[in-house]
Design a protein around this ligand. Structure first.
Ligand SMILES: Cc1cc2nc3c(=O)[nH]c(=O)nc-3n(C[C@H](O)[C@H](O)[C@H](O)COP(=O)(O)OP(=O)(O)OC[C@H]3O[C@@H](n4cnc5c(N)ncnc54)[C@H](O)[C@@H]3O)c2cc1C
Length: 491
């Protein structure tokens, strides 16, 4: 009888542990550690696994020079791995994983300047500069990205009166394809400066970066709802010239794309509603990804977001430090797995005067293809200071599109269709699409959106004559523009 009882208990415990394992163990574990061992480099979407020959994690400039000079084949470079189309890897390349190259080398609080190794993340850098109440001048909304990856993409954020990150860079130290170390800035080796920033690892390794900083201030949130047609006037009357606005964006609500909510954070002296100076690292995000899934799952979810969740959220006053608002963690978006569907981004830039016409064209294309758009965030940027692959050729509005797609081949083809249609619409407006995302643009579209691409390729030919710095982006567009590389041994 006792034996029977123990058997029942044992079976019960076994069943319970299986159930717990089922709920809590992620059977689709795609953690970077696993990939490291197998020499497969992938990005956050998990759509672009690329087998490289070797992964090197440099910790010093000498390690990088040595990796370049002791090898002869292709070299790919990866930072935080948040680009989404194979921009970080190339088959059978030596992959430089820059994330361990992450020290602060010099910090002058009086001069408001910091020099870092390029693999440091914004979040780690914030930890250091916050002690002197200083902030990063231009960065993305989230803080997980590396400084080198951000410069190579020439990123932007929600800052008013700013634009591409190149506007905040004092100087960089580059390692060229022959291992030579050179400094570059607006006044020294400026062609390299304008090529490497926004150059997607095609010109040189960005090793060290000196950034200009600004004061950390308290900011208060203000939001307003309006129709998309009224946004451009609202922006120019209320936001563009207001020196007190630090962050601003406006979210267009899918699936109708007719209403927009503007969210601005203004300099304030009011008391903080959030005492933390930075969002804690390694915070657990339990409900946020579930809400994102709920919104993505149906039009009802999207209606709930617009008419219930956000009105409640924005009903509360929010006063916090600039650094707190700049320290978001992408984990708040991360689904439990990305095997059958994945979340991705797109971004389109149009001259400010084209805002209305592009907004209509974009919405029509999304509706026609029934794309599952979760959010379209509008940002503003002043023109680029001269990078060869500038996306802000003039003053622009950016449309940042966050969407969910299935991972099947058919679904990827459908995404390619709407992506190419929107790129055509952007080119009609004399704008550009953003390059860190899936590589669906044709080379013809790329050259139209980035008219100085030929200068970039000419520079690449000069400084990297053996075509060592490679990735999927340059495989797609560089070869097609440089006939001497056709037939090379890169396939
Ligand atoms: C959730 C999410 C939110 C985002 N938000 C924004 C946003 O608000 N604004 C914005 O502009 N972008 C945004 N992005 C895009 C993202 O900023 C870019 O992908 C950026 O590159 C991320 O930096 P990373 O360190 O992940 O770079 P990676 O993706 O690792 O690398 C990007 C490119 O830089 C090259 N590279 C990396 N390090 C170096 C180096 N040291 N030297 C030379 N080349 C190098 C790589 O080869 C690659 O071509 C977002 C992406 C995601 C997934």
């Amino acid at each position: 009888m006792i034996k029977f009882f123990f058997k029942i208990i044992a079976s019960f415990l076994l069943l319970l542990s299986l159930l717990i394992a089922y709920i809590f163990v992620d059977f689709d574990d795609n953690s970077p550690q696993k990939q490291e061992k197998s020499t497969i480099v992938n990005d956050i979407t998990q759509l672009n696994p690329i087998e490289v020959t070797r992964i090197i994690q440099p910790e010093s400039i000498e390690d990088i020079v040595d990796a370049i000079q002791s090898s002869t084949g292709p070299i790919s470079i990866g930072g935080g791995r948040f680009s989404q189309g194979g921009q970080i890897a190339y088959p059978d390349s030596i992959h430089l994983d820059m994330r361990a190259f992450n020290k602060v080398l010099a910090f002058d609080a009086t001069k408001k300047q910091v020099t870092v190794q390029s693999g440091i993340t914004w979040r780690d850098l914030q930890e250091v500069i916050d002690t002197e109440n200083l902030s990063i001048k231009i960065m993305q909304t989230y803080a997980n990205f590396t400084v080198g990856g951000s410069l190579s993409v020439n990123v932007h954020g929600r800052y008013i009166g700013e634009g591409p990150i190149i506007r905040s860079v004092e100087s960089i130290k580059l390692i060229k394809a022959n291992g030579e170390i050179v400094n570059a800035s607006l006044t020294e080796n400026s062609t390299l400066f304008y090529g490497a920033i926004g150059g997607y690892g095609g010109i040189a390794v960005i090793a060290e970066v000196t950034l200009n900083l600004v004061d950390n201030v308290k900011v208060k949130r203000y939001t307003e709802k309006m129709s998309v047609q009224n946004y451009k006037t609202y922006f120019s009357d209320n936001i563009r010239q207001d020196q007190n606005v630090i962050f601003h964006n406006a979210d267009i609500y899918p699936p109708n794309f007719t209403d927009v909510r503007s969210v601005s954070w203004l300099n304030t002296n009011e008391s903080l509603t959030e005492e933390e100076r930075l969002i804690p690292k390694n915070k657990e995000y339990t409900w946020q990804p579930k809400v994102a899934k709920f919104v993505a799952d149906s039009n009802f979810g999207k209606w709930m977001r617009q008419h219930v969740f956000e009105p409640i959220l924005y009903n509360f006053d929010a006063v916090q430090w600039r650094n707190y608002e700049a320290s978001y963690d992408v984990n708040e978006l991360e689904p439990s797995n990305r095997s059958s569907n994945t979340y991705a981004l797109r971004e389109y830039f149009v001259p400010v005067e084209s805002f209305d016409s592009f907004a209509i064209k974009m919405a029509d294309i999304f509706k026609k293809h029934q794309a599952n758009i979760i959010n379209v965030s509008i940002r503003h940027a002043l023109p680029d200071s001269g990078s060869l692959l500038a996306w802000a050729k003039t003053e622009v509005f950016a449309f940042v599109v966050y969407y969910r797609q299935e991972t099947s081949e058919a679904a990827q083809q459908e995404v390619k269709l709407w992506s190419q249609e929107i790129i055509d619409a952007v080119i009609e407006e004399n704008g550009a699409y953003y390059l860190p995302y899936q590589l669906h643009a044709s080379t013809e579209q790329f050259v139209k959106a980035y008219p100085r691409a030929s200068e970039f390729f000419e520079l690449k030919g000069k400084v990297d004559p053996d075509y060592r710095f490679r990735n999927k982006l340059w495989q797609q567009h560089y070869k097609a523009n440089n006939k001497q590389h056709d037939g090379s041994t890169d396939e």
